[in-house]
Ligand binder design. Structure first.
Ligand SMILES: [Zn+2]
Length: 658
């Protein structure tokens, strides 16, 4: 017994030393956490997942010729109640094939950026098959990002099919997510393997590689072997199961169940650190951070952003079921930064990334949020991008506010201000003097400024890939949905909002929900019919502007407040009458063009305001939402209040700049 205590202390001491040693060279075996995981996934959660498309892939990375040689086995199970006699594949890498593909409408694919899948063999249930290329959405004979094979035998519900590909692919210079970083030994490999589409409701959903939109796939188990030169380190989706040395090469083995994509990167110069995040129940999540040597100083900020995100999500939304989360900071010459993959996120920083601006944290938190909304709640991003982008953008702001406070946005003025800041400021008659200085980034202000740039070009409900341009895609997938969720939060309350998102997550994790599922869930979890809200904000593309035209006494102790709806959109709003002693509130459905509301009070009236709690964040001009009764006593206060509103509006807009 007396020997046990010193021994325990010694183990504890060594443990602490190890914990303290943060920079670890990639260990041959990952840190063993506990036996709560199986194939990188919490055992207690595993029964919720239905793997449909399993992948077993072996890759050899040739760093000199910049090629990957790949052997890929897919097992696809028909988990629907419909049968099919074909199987469809995404071949995203073919989007980089020429300057004429659908993808190339937005990205200039010059020779160094070109690549394609050079398929040498395709077997379906051990029989040789030919791919048939076609374009399901946008006619373009140069686009070969979708293909199918016609099967010799129908796959009935519950049946499975085995597919084998042998192929190679030249690694292009980094272009939108895939490629090597110029001047560096850094290869980021994403959207690289033939991937089965989603078979749902009796039809295949397998979209082309569109220029703006992301992806849609089924869940599965990935077993991936990656052979690289010995001096290279590999970071990838999932948990590193093993690492073998073979002559001058290393072979990494990654395994992960319950995911719908796999990305990896290899570099011989990247730095790495590992840390454990401990959940409330004592189980751990391995955080692995890979950072460029010149950004070593940002390790802590990156890792803290991941920890804060984990803490927020586990507390408010639901359990993070994976054994690991891997962060990859990409070099300046890589186009792979700021993107989400299952259990792996990419991020980046400018060399000058001031702590106050929190840009590093913003990107990291946003990409982490996608682990839940995209990674687990896996909506079709080609059709309804807002569902993951909007929720991720909304929650990013919540996390930033909770853990970091208001950001300082003065650094960005020079870069963006002249483009639209000036127009807005003159539009709202805000004194220009307020444009010079340092401003705090108010919640939603970036989103508002982006939204104001083009409030009527497309609606959130529109099919994402059909939106007319990048600006419209960004507004209707990121910013307007963020504002919609912010408005909803202000309407139903913060706790209720978190409760709604948590229920949405729990109900649809490892599933493919649609917008209507989200809206139905919101409506089932609120006491009132919110169809007016979704009609105005989600389905349509309205301007919102409410105004208090005047307040006047119309009888003994009776005041008339004249409110107007100037924009096309209607929004149910409170109307407040301020008196010297009290605030009286009535609710107006906001549907008519104008309304005269009668308030009764014996007190002296100061003024009135529509939407005093700013629930309708879309209102394009807040400075006309209030009206101050002119009187000898209140004249000076009136001016003060107007200036106050100017400043508030200015702050609100300012933040937007970026
Ligand atoms: Zn995103």
């Amino acid at each position: 017994m007396n020997k046990i205590i010193p021994l325990a202390l010694f183990i504890l001491f060594v443990g602490l030393l190890l914990l303290n040693e943060q920079t670890v060279q990639y260990s041959p075996k990952p840190i063993v956490l506990t036996d709560v995981y199986e194939n990188g996934f919490l055992k207690k959660e595993i029964s919720n997942v239905r793997n449909t498309a399993d992948y077993d892939i072996s890759i050899e990375l040739l760093t000199d010729s910049k090629y990957i040689i790949v052997s890929e086995d897919i097992t696809w199970i028909n988990r629907t109640e419909y049968s099919t006699n074909e199987i469809q594949f995404h071949l995203y890498a073919n989007g980089y094939k020429s300057n004429k593909t659908l993808f190339a409408q937005q990205f200039n694919v010059t020779p160094e950026y070109k690549t394609e899948l050079e398929i040498e063999k395709l077997l379906v249930d051990d029989k040789e098959k030919e791919l048939i290329y076609f374009q399901p959405e946008v006619e373009n004979p140069h686009d070969s990002t979708v293909s199918k094979v016609i099967l010799s035998k129908t796959i009935e519900p519950g049946d499975s099919v085995k597919i084998h590909f042998d192929y190679k692919m030249k690694i292009p210079r980094s272009i939108k997510r895939l490629g090597y970083a110029a001047g560096r030994n850094f290869f980021f490999i994403s959207q690289w393997f033939p991937k089965v589409g989603v078979f749902e409701e009796g039809r295949w959903v397998c979209s082309q590689y569109h220029p703006y939109t992301n992806f849609y796939s089924d869940f599965g188990e990935y077993t991936v072997k990656i052979k690289v030169p010995k001096e290279y380190v590999v970071a990838a989706t999932g948990i590193q199961h093993d690492k073998l040395e073979e002559g001058e090469s290393s072979i990494y083995l990654f395994k992960q169940t319950g995911v719908h994509d796999f990305a990896w990167c290899a570099s011989d110069e990247i730095l790495s650190r590992q840390e454990i995040y401990t959940r409330n129940d004592g189980t751990g999540i391995l955080i692995q951070a890979y950072v460029q040597p010149e950004r070593e100083k940002f390790f802590e900020r990156y890792i803290n952003a991941v920890k804060n995100s984990l803490e927020f999500f586990e507390r408010n939304i639901g359990v993070y079921p994976y054994q690991t989360i891997t962060l990859v900071d990409v070099p300046r010459t890589s186009a792979s930064g700021g993107m989400e993959y299952p259990t792996l996120l990419t991020t980046h920083a400018d060399l000058f990334s001031p702590d106050e601006a929190k840009d590093i944290e913003m990107v990291t938190v946003h990409e982490f949020a996608h682990q839940y909304f995209y990674g687990m709640v896996a909506n079709n991003e080609v059709y309804e991008a807002w569902l993951d982008e909007g929720i991720a953008t909304y929650l990013t702001e919540k996390i930033m506010q909770e853990y970091y406070g208001e950001r300082n946005i003065s650094f960005r003025i020079a870069k963006y201000f002249p483009i639209y800041g000036l127009n807005l400021l003159s539009y709202n008659e805000i004194p220009l003097i307020y444009t010079l200085g340092i401003f705090k980034d108010k919640e939603g202000s970036q989103a508002l400024a982006a939204f104001y740039r083009s409030p009527s070009l497309g609606a959130i409900a529109d099919t994402s890939y059909q939106l007319p341009n990048l600006l419209s895609y960004v507004i209707n997938s990121y910013y307007k949905p963020q504002l919609m969720l912010m408005s909803l939060e202000r309407y139903v309350g913060y706790d209720k909002m978190m409760n709604i998102l948590s229920r949405f997550f729990e109900k649809y994790k490892y599933r493919h929900p649609k917008s209507k599922d989200f809206i139905r869930l919101v409506e089932n979890n609120t006491e009132e019919d919110l169809s007016w809200f979704f009609d105005n904000v989600f389905e349509k593309q309205y301007y919102f502007d409410y105004r208090v035209n005047y307040v006047q006494q119309v009888g003994d102790n009776e005041y008339e407040v004249f409110v107007e709806r100037l924009g096309g959109g209607s929004f149910k709003s409170d109307v407040a009458l301020y008196t010297e002693n009290d605030t009286l509130v009535q609710t107006w459905d906001g549907i008519e063009r104008w309304k005269k509301l009668i308030f009764k009070t014996a007190d002296e009236v100061i003024g009135a305001e529509i939407d005093p709690d700013r629930q309708n964040v879309f209102d394009i001009n807040y400075s006309n939402n209030s009206y101050t009764v002119e009187s000898r006593y209140w004249a000076s206060l009136s001016l003060a209040i107007r200036v106050f509103f100017w400043i508030q509006s200015a702050l609100l807009l300012f933040g937007s700049i970026g």
